[in-house]
Design a protein around this ligand. Structure first.
Ligand SMILES: O=c1[nH]c(=O)c2[nH]c(=O)[nH]c2[nH]1
Length: 309
């Protein structure tokens, strides 16, 4: 946030528009349609202290104008582009168009519309909603300095075996048995920072970041699940999370930091007994009670020494 000394106080401020929803359709010559739906949030850094303290709005970009700009820029994008490129384009616009604006943060969440297949054929203009969401947060300064972070939200994954948890601290409050056989389920929130630190270094290849998103998601999933037949044993959520982060950093030289949040969504063994019947239901790795309240909350970030999230 932009900070300033004011009457002996420290004052920080920023303003923007949150949750501007826009959808863009592109019609290819061969009849196929492409579409995206984006939820855009904008924050501008500008010296508009006068508006706060002197009732002078002359340095304010109206948040309504920011909203209109989203639609105007979407209209101008005549070729399909990645959510990252749209966020960068918007942030670049605000910092270059207005002398008053020194920096802009643009965050976008893309709704996971996917082309439908009917009788095995891709539909020309039919889409259905998928599950996980592609996110981006970009910070652009007037100088051209950039911080670009992409991510995934709500990637729900589960495996029914090859997971355990042993060797943890045992004390008078510990009831959890050690196990080498349990369900591992989580909803992954991932974010990763790209190395590109200036607008001039952003790759110009169309849909570069869309491809990267697909590739990062694949590496995360491949590491979580292991090979299709044998899988891979997970000694803890912590270990699996770390291996996922390591895999992303090793595979992609243009990613300098990665953060993962992986709640441990418990599937509790079901054992039901009564005085007369000690085994109404006896657990044999088959019947579970799924619950997300409460859940374990596990998160970590991994970065090269020269970078931070
Ligand atoms: O993978 C796990 N990590 C934990 O920290 C933890 N704590 C717990 O009760 N179960 C688990 N499982």
């Amino acid at each position: 946030m932009a900070g300033k000394e004011l009457d002996g106080f420290h004052f920080e401020q920023m303003h923007g528009k949150d949750r501007v929803r826009v959808a863009r359709v592109w019609r290819a010559r061969d009849g196929r349609h492409f579409m995206v739906e984006w939820n855009v949030s904008i924050s501008l850094f500008s010296d508009c202290i006068a508006a706060y303290v002197r009732d002078d709005n002359s340095d304010i970009v109206a948040t309504d104008t920011m909203k209109n700009t989203v639609y105007a820029k979407a209209k101008e994008c005549t070729e399909q582009l990645s959510v990252e490129d749209f966020a960068i384009l918007l942030a670049k616009h605000f910092t270059s168009f207005y002398s008053q604006v020194s920096g802009a943060i643009v965050k976008i969440v893309e709704k996971p519309w996917e082309r439908v297949y009917i009788d095995g054929q891709p539909h020309e203009h039919g889409f259905k909603l998928g599950s996980e969401k592609h996110t981006v947060e970009v910070f652009v300064k007037k100088s051209g300095a950039v911080k670009l972070v992409s991510g995934i939200e709500e990637l729900s994954v589960l495996k029914t075996t090859k997971s355990g948890f042993e060797g943890f601290i045992r004390d008078k409050y510990t009831a959890l048995p050690e196990t080498r056989e349990r369900i591992l389920a989580t909803e992954v929130t991932a974010s990763w920072r790209y190395t590109y630190d200036n607008l001039s270094r952003i790759p110009q290849k169309p849909l570069y970041f869309t491809e990267r998103y697909v590739d990062v998601k694949k590496v995360l999933m491949d590491t979580f699940f292991g090979p299709p037949k044998e899988g891979v044993y997970s000694p803890s959520v912590q270990s699996t999370l770390f291996h996922m982060e390591r895999a992303v950093l090793s595979k992609f030289p243009d990613i300098s930091a990665v953060q993962l949040k992986m709640p441990n969504l418990h599937f509790l063994p079901v054992n039901i007994s009564s005085k007369d019947n000690p085994a109404i239901v006896k657990f044999n790795d088959d019947v579970f009670l799924p619950t997300d309240d409460p859940h374990g909350s596990i998160q970590a970030s991994l970065s090269h020494f020269w970078s931070r999230m």
